[in-house]
Design a protein around this ligand. Structure first.
Ligand SMILES: [Zn+2]
Length: 483
């Protein structure tokens, strides 16, 4: 590493709060959020007034909520000033930043939809294009492509949260993170992850190869101790490795699955194969990687509430739903510079937990694992809603299954579900077990009972012959004019 690069890293390190978290901290992520709130409090008379104090030793739920509401007001003032979209939006709605004093007040702010963002991404941009360091184009699962911009400050903030999250997962100096993302899509999480490791003082290794010997070689050569990647990709590598390779012997301490929903069936197989716990991360390009991550309790995902405010609403009425009740996740950025989003509808279905977690956090809230995505959902039979995670749970409990793709057709008045299953061991016994597992899904069972659905059909494809398909393309709906 050049001397100049070392100096640059040292400067970045000094700026980041993640480097101020004590190494023996029990909840590094929450500690980092408390540091962020304290730092903001020091500089802001408005927040000091809202909290009634100028300095805090410990941050509790009330103080942290005040920090978030203050940041919502600040972010609103900022976008009102700098974004064409929000200037008009707030004026039309007759809402001003000072109206927002409680969580309940948030519903007064109109929501932003992914479609609005896709139409005119530049209307969301709050800085001149020359100040943006990177632009990401989202993968566009629903055919809607969105562009999100990041300034240097935005990227540093992301690196800061990723380092704290890695610390929360248990990484310490000397650990090496092995990064496993296939080279698909226009955005590359590997760069951000490698950057976060460098700043935090961890090593990193990287391989996008589906070839297991290549993966193993990279892991061994770098003495990697943690892995992170796309679950369907890690799963594919794992299953193709099969019994030929003892993945446990690599001594990986923990696996982290990011950027796609992780089914429990898949988690079970990965944990068994690698001999370590596997944790789930939730993120979306609009807000960057690592928006929420599981702790060792594996009961909900701790959210990055220093940079984002989470709400759960009824997608039909737009009203808040009570804690524990499912609805659509709505997210407001609190510290974004390039493209801040206010009350952005994520289309993801989730719910909010009450703040306390058995891992010992005091205020940091968790969300339920976002499962069904509204825009990946499709209806079968008499309107039963189905989505990829549902089939993952049924099909990926069998280690023989490498991947699958579902095609939905219509024959007469009945829907036909054909699962093209990639496996090394296609036989009638497996076929029967797959059909049984699928027909035990309530939504499918109901459809068959109502005679609006044919029993599921299975086609086999040899392992390795099917191209890698990300979760977004797992369901192909060939029915015409069907809602
Ligand atoms: Zn926890």
């Amino acid at each position: 590493m050049s001397a100049w690069k070392r100096v640059k890293i040292a400067i970045v390190r000094r700026k980041l709060l993640s480097n101020k978290i004590p190494e023996d901290s029990e909840n590094p992520l929450e500690e980092w959020m408390a540091l962020k709130a304290k730092e903001t409090l020091k500089k802001s008379p408005e927040l000091q007034k809202a909290i009634g104090r100028k300095k805090l030793d410990t941050v509790g739920p009330e103080e942290f909520r005040e920090y978030q509401l203050f940041r919502v007001r600040e972010q609103m003032r900022y976008v009102q000033e700098n974004s064409i979209f929000y200037k008009d939006r707030f004026r039309e709605a007759g809402v001003s930043p000072d109206d927002i004093r409680s969580y309940e007040d948030l519903v007064r702010i109109p929501m932003t939809t992914p479609d609005e963002m896709a139409v005119e991404p530049n209307h969301f941009l709050c800085v001149s294009m020359t100040k943006t360091e990177r632009a990401f184009t989202t993968t566009g699962t629903s055919g809607v492509r969105k562009r999100v911009f990041y300034t240097r400050e935005d990227l540093l903030a992301k690196i800061d949260i990723i380092s704290s999250a890695l610390m929360n997962v248990g990484m310490k100096k000397g650990d090496v993170l092995h990064i496993m993302f296939p080279t698909v899509g226009a955005w590359d999480p590997s760069l951000m992850l490698a950057g976060a490791c460098m700043v935090a003082g961890y090593g990193s290794s990287n391989s996008a190869s589906v070839d297991i010997s290549e993966q193993m070689q990279t892991i061994t050569e770098n003495n990697s101790t943690y892995i992170i990647g796309l679950p369907s990709f890690i799963y594919r590598v794992t299953v193709l490795a099969g019994e030929r390779v003892d993945l446990k012997s690599l001594g990986i301490k923990k696996g982290i699955c990011a950027a796609e929903p992780l089914s429990e069936a898949m988690r079970g197989i990965l944990e068994e194969a690698w001999g370590c716990p596997v944790l789930d991360v939730w993120g979306m390009t609009e807000f960057g990687l690592a928006c929420a991550i599981e702790c060792d309790e594996r009961d909900g995902l701790h959210t990055d509430e220093a940079n984002m405010l989470f709400e759960v609403i009824d997608p039909e009425t737009g009203e808040h739903v009570p804690d524990g009740e499912k609805g659509e996740l709505v997210v407001t950025s609190l510290n974004a510079e390039a493209t801040p989003l206010i009350r952005y509808r994520t289309r993801d279905i989730s719910f909010l937990y009450p703040p306390e977690c058995d891992c010992g956090t005091r205020f940091n809230r968790r969300i339920g694992k976002p499962g069904g995505r509204l825009d990946l959902m499709t209806k079968i039979g008499l309107g039963q809603k189905v989505y990829p995670l549902l089939f993952d749970e049924a099909l990926l409990q069998f280690p023989e299954v490498v991947s699958y793709q579902l095609t939905i057709d219509r024959e007469g008045y009945k829907d036909v579900l054909t699962f093209c299953v990639e496996t090394e061991r296609p036989d009638e016994d497996l076929r029967q077990r797959l059909v049984d597992a699928l027909t035990s899904i309530a939504e499918i069972e109901q459809g068959i009972d109502e005679e609006l659905l044919e029993p599921p059909r299975i086609e086999f494809r040899d392992a390795g012959t099917k191209d890698y398909a990300s979760k977004a393309k797992v369901i192909v709906d060939r029915r015409k004019h069907y809602d």
